[in-house]
Design a protein around this ligand. Sequence first.
Ligand code: ZN
Ligand code: ZN
Length: 336
Amino acid sequence: MPRLATAIHLGRGRRLAHDHAVTEQSVRPQPRRKVVSSPYIHRLQRRHFLLFDVLPIIGTVAAPALLAGHPFGVTELVLLLSMWLLTGLGVTVGYHRLFTHRTFKAAPAVVAVLAVLGSMAGQGGVISWVALHRRHHEYSDREGDPHSPNLSGGGLAGRFKGLLHSHFLWMRRHEYPNIVHYAPDLLKNRLLVRVARLYYWWVVLGLAIPALIGGLAEMSWLGAVSGLFWGGLVRIFVLEHIVWAINSFLHMFGTRPYESRENSRNGGLFALITLGESWHNNHHAFPDSPSFGLDWYRLDPGFWLIKALAAAGLAWDLKTPGRDRIEAKRITKPAA
Ligand SMILES: [Zn+2]
Ligand SMILES: [Zn+2]
């Protein structure tokens, strides 16, 4: 799964794409560029990397020191788990299954809530995230994939380098996918554009909520700081590394039950903690499926939420693939 880029990218990226098109047209007609690069965009990427990737690592390393002055109690546990679950569902159900792959349709209120929760994860504004992830599916494990672990050379050193690159180093500086090319459907959605423009504020809100609850629970500033660390920075750190592990480890290690042209793998052991994302080979084989588990017995909390929304009439048109289509792609046939 991808990440990065901010709401500001939206406006700036659009203008860059437009400026570029005008320049090109004045010379000779050419196809629209799929990626854009500029010192301004790379500066934003570096800033995002430091703020939302490096800072949570520092916060997580520092958090145990807090324990000397404030114990990890029930409030911290509840804040860490609930904020992780809510923002994690925002990413997998909202950013990934709904906005990127359009695997189902949803009511505007659901669209708004999922987009905001996904934004709070600090993994980039929704439109940029979608553009990056669509590019990942277009070029999976080939030149052009923003985060493949398999393009950094052979041998142990090459594989290790690839793992680090795909896990998070790629985010420091990368070609920015042209959102006009990759996400024209989202740019037409005024609600999503509005949520994307406020991206930084959603991340701040995702930090302020656990701080406020922590402070109120104990009526102390130390409680607020503790809430900020465990429900904010540590929660962002945990979810980020879970999502990044899909990009890195699950394009290298795991099982491959279905035919797909890249090296995606399933990691069934991690199904619960990844909210169903670890059925990554299933997902690449059937990207239009709202279910990543594909069968009821494979744990897929993201799909459970979609089913619950559908039962409540808030989601519809689930594009679950038929049994024939699934079996046609299976590499390892089940025993007769
Ligand atoms: Zn992938
Ligand atoms: Zn995907």
